[in-house]
Design a protein around this ligand. Sequence first.
Ligand SMILES: [Zn+2]
Length: 60
Amino acid sequence: MAGRMKKCPACSAYGLTDPCRVCGKKTASPHPARFSPEDHYGTYRRRLKRLAQLERREGS
Ligand SMILES: [Zn+2]
C-alpha cells in the first residue's frame, strides 16, 4: 500500500520519503483535498456503502 504523498517545502519535490530524498529537509503533506480529490471521495463512498450494508443486515 502506497504511503501518503509528501511535498518538500524547501525544493518543491514530491516524494514518499521524510525527510526529502532530494535535499534532506523535512517534508510535509501538500493540501490534501487539492492533491487527490478522487481518492478522498472514493474512501468516503466506500465507507458509506459499508455503513449501508451493515444497516441493511441489522434491519432484516
Ligand atoms: Zn527537498
